[in-house]
Design a protein. Sequence first.
Length: 175
Amino acid sequence: MDQMRSIFLVGFMGAGKSSIGAAVADRLGSRFVDLDQEISRRLGAPIANVFADRGEATFRAAESDELARVAGLADVVVATGGGAFCEPANRELIHGSGGISVFLDLPWAMLLQRLASDNSDRPMYDDSDQARRLFEERLPEYRRATVRVQLDGSESPAEAAERVVDALQEAPCAT
């Protein structure tokens, strides 16, 4: 890539946005921002507590505000929350700032396996049927990303990061 533009990793919960994002940032020498961690810090509570105590609307408003803040940064890799990219205004923020969205596309079976083993801090996960419906609802939105990286889930974060960086080098400019 000629100039370093901000990269926003998008995808369903369990796709590895945080771990892969940190590895991508390390590989590129960029700053890494986990949007959920920033929101949690800003609101002074874990995301699950924010959902439970203040509701999804409060979380989504904070998510959009935080996204607006990081969208203005250069040379940053951002792990978004699973629902952030599904909001049209958030997609516009990402793409309008010149950012590149990267969809980490994993098969449902792998996502389900990951969710079943670690769903303690996932307020949008009730059960596998509900999660599958949410995944299918969000999938068309994720497919609006600038770049799609197909993963099978067997990759380490470093291997997946390598795939992301390779895909970014081949990607057209964000529109």
